[in-house]
Design a protein around this ligand. Structure first.
Ligand SMILES: NC(=O)C1=CN([C@@H]2O[C@H](COP(=O)(O)OP(=O)(O)OC[C@H]3O[C@@H](n4cnc5c(N)ncnc54)[C@H](O)[C@@H]3O)[C@@H](O)[C@H]2O)C=CC1
Ligand SMILES: O=C(O)C1=N[C@H](C(=O)O)C[C@H](O)C1
Length: 269
């Protein structure tokens, strides 16, 4: 009988890292073979299970990506942009599928990731939940059906530890709306209003950001038209939505050709 796909989790001590480890360990379709943390982190060199306050797992947390990815089938990465760009280069040399949930990339980061995708399967999504990916399809459809009399605003809310804004999800939803309208998001995005901004420009897609407490993730796409308003909303109650999506992506990636894919590919949407 063939072995289950071996999965590495990077950013093991993070909010998502811990959730990913729980999801992989609970799965009967994959096994956890490695854990990474940033150099200097106090988990490095220790048993992952003991770090998590559980029993020994026999997986030692490492800061050596090359050694940890060698022989692994996939790495789940919800860390930080610079860490993800560096890991994509390593995954391209080891042929490990790289599942990227990290958000906050610059255009240069995205170009570097696209380059690494020539060497392995990369699946990247600002949100790995089924609900948000379905929502992108709906947003595109609604945006295509409504003209510029309907102002599009994306409102997102997250916990007070989040470091990037607008969220990766908000940008995915903005991209979907822009695609529906047949425009480029970069040309119409209005990402920061403060002071005497002037009236809203017709055709813009606006973004508004809330940060507070422990909010897992909430996204509204508002189509505000003459005499009516349509709101499409997603609320995440639990981070396991994202980790389950990431594991599903890692399993889907097995045997696929090198290249960059999204959750729409994984979910067949
Ligand atoms: N696509 C999705 O569905 C989701 C994406 N995210 C994104 O995931 C990222 C992480 O979010 P959180 O877990 O809340 O953050 P966090 O700050 O709790 O965790 C990040 C972890 O990455 C580690 N890290 C940093 N540099 C590293 C390196 N070079 N090598 C290995 N580990 C490294 C940190 O030490 C930390 O443990 C963010 O960009 C967030 O927006 C979060 C939830 C869902
Ligand atoms: O940082 C988070 O927590 C989340 N980040 C992702 C994003 O930027 O959209 C996904 C989710 O909303 C949680």
């Amino acid at each position: 009988m063939s072995e289950l796909p071996g999965i590495v989790v990077t950013g093991a001590s993070g909010r998502m890292g811990r959730m990913l480890i729980e999801t992989v360990r609970a799965s009967d379709k994959a096994r956890l073979t490695g854990a990474l943390e940033r150099p200097g982190h106090d988990w490095v060199g220790k048993d992952l299970g003991l770090c998590l306050g559980a029993g020994e797992l026999g997986v030692i947390v490492s800061d050596d990506a090359q050694a940890t990815l060698t022989g692994a089938d996939a790495v789940l990465d919800f860390t930080a942009p610079s860490a993800t760009v560096a890991l994509a280069k390593v995954a391209a040399t080891t042929g490990t599928a790289h599942i990227i949930g990290t958000t906050g990339f610059t255009d240069d980061d995205l170009a570097a990731i696209a380059d690494s995708a020539r060497g392995t399967v990369i699946i990247r999504a600002g949100n790995m939940s089924l609900g948000v990916n379905l929502l992108t399809v709906l947003v595109k459809k609604v945006a295509a059906a409504l003209d510029e009399d309907y102002d599009i605003e994306v409102v997102e809310a997250h916990h007070n530890r989040k470091v990037d804004a607008p969220s990766g999800t908000a940008l995915m939803l903005g991209e979907a709306a822009a695609e529906g309208r047949g425009v480029k998001l970069a040309d119409v995005a209005d990402r920061g209003r403060d002071g005497i901004t002037g009236a809203r420009k017709s055709g813009d897609i606006g973004f508004a950001v809330i940060r507070g407490g422990g909010i897992v993730g909430e996204h509204d796409v508002i189509f505000a038209g003459p005499g009516e308003r349509l709101t499409l909303r997603h609320v995440a109650d639990d981070r396991s939505l994202f980790s389950k999506g990431a594991l599903r992506a890692a399993l889907w990636a097995q045997g696929k050709d090198a290249g960059e894919y999204s959750m729409l590919d994984v979910l067949g949407l």
